[in-house]
Design a protein around this ligand. Structure first.
Ligand code: DGY
Length: 321
């Protein structure tokens, strides 16, 4: 019997690839650090039954139309804004993602960014390396307290709740806004539901943890940034386009808000001349929220399992469509 054909869009560890190779005619884009060029992706999907994709691949209507045998797209990410769900649904293509396995790791990084931006960790590390430290000084590199401050969570899903649990350890007051109320989380995390304007006006730290959709595009823009306190810090570990980056740059430059910790950007990868990178009150990271060895392995395994289950006609554990 001819094996079903699978295309894996990045080099992944053998531990993940070997089981796929046993079951399927498995083709691989051999680079680990560079995305597959669009032309090559289109060529590969033309004969593929399944694709194991990264968030860097745009799986749009054009691609789906050029993949007549495609049955499943298994994204190695919790987010799936790179995939046109409507087009996939219309063609009967299953879409899977990898939530749960990255929740705690991404919450750790979110909190690391919050602390780093609040306490000028990166600016201070650069300062000492540059030999600029001449004396202890009363307000040298003075930051903002985190403990007992107010944390505003824009989104209280899995990762938002995990960030809230960390905040409890810092004695923080927790506000959240979300499409729906999470009564259990309100009880267990003492999280208080509020509107976005109120959350922005009251919070010392605002964490963006909502998926990117047409409804959340530029959810935080010039007007919303003006609602924030001048001492507030914005942290984004969700998707860059939830925040209007141009407006954020202006707010940070003009000190309308105090700082930002950013793991995600409107256009990734960010080029070195992105104006945000020139600001001392920005801590910028290259989309590493879930990047620990254990978690990335778990995500790769989960993506491979989802793909396998779908192609074998069983129910994948994490199916979006
Ligand atoms: C995701 O999974 O969507 C993250 O952005 C990358 O881990």
């Amino acid at each position: 019997m001819t094996k079903q054909r699978v295309f894996v869009t990045r080099k992944l560890p053998d531990e993940v690839l070997l089981p796929l190779r046993e079951l399927f005619d498995c083709r691989l884009y051999p680079e680990a650090d560079r995305p597959v060029p669009r032309e090559r992706l289109l060529e590969e999907v033309a004969t593929a039954d399944g694709v194991l994709s990264m968030l860097t691949e745009v799986i749009d209507a054009q691609l789906l139309a050029s993949a007549p045998s495609l049955k499943v797209v298994s994204n190695m990410a919790v987010g799936y804004d790179n995939i046109d769900l409507q087009a996939a649904r219309a063609r009967g293509v299953i879409v899977c993602n990898t939530p749960d396995v990255l929740t705690e790791t991404t919450a750790d990084l979110t909190f690391a960014l919050l602390l780093a931006a609040a306490r000028k960790v990166v600016e201070s590390a650069d300062f000492i390396r540059q030999g600029a430290w001449h004396s202890w000084a009363p307000f040298l590199l003075a930051g903002q307290d985190v403990h007992h401050k107010t944390l505003g969570l824009v989104g209280l899903g899995r990762i938002g709740s995990a960030v809230a649990r960390r905040a409890q350890g810092f004695g923080m007051r927790i506000l959240y806004t979300s499409r729906q109320r999470h009564e259990e989380a309100e009880a267990t995390l003492s999280a208080v539901y509020t509107t976005l304007p109120e959350l922005l006006a009251e919070s010392d730290f605002v964490c963006i943890l909502t998926p990117y959709t047409p409804q959340t595009h530029h959810l935080i823009g010039e007007r919303e940034l003006q609602w924030m306190k001048p001492s507030a810090v914005l942290v984004n570990t969700a998707r860059g386009s939830v925040v209007d980056e141009q407006a954020l740059y202006q707010a940070l430059r003009d000190r309308a808000i105090w700082g930002a910790g950013l793991d995600v950007f409107e256009r990734e990868p960010v080029s070195a001349d992105n104006p945000l990178l020139s600001l001392p009150n920005v801590v910028a990271l290259p989309h590493i929220g879930s990047a620990t060895v254990d978690t990335r392995m778990a995500m790769a395994r989960q993506a491979a399992d989802n793909l396998t289950e779908a192609l074998l006609g069983r129910s994948p554990r994490y199916r979006v469509v």
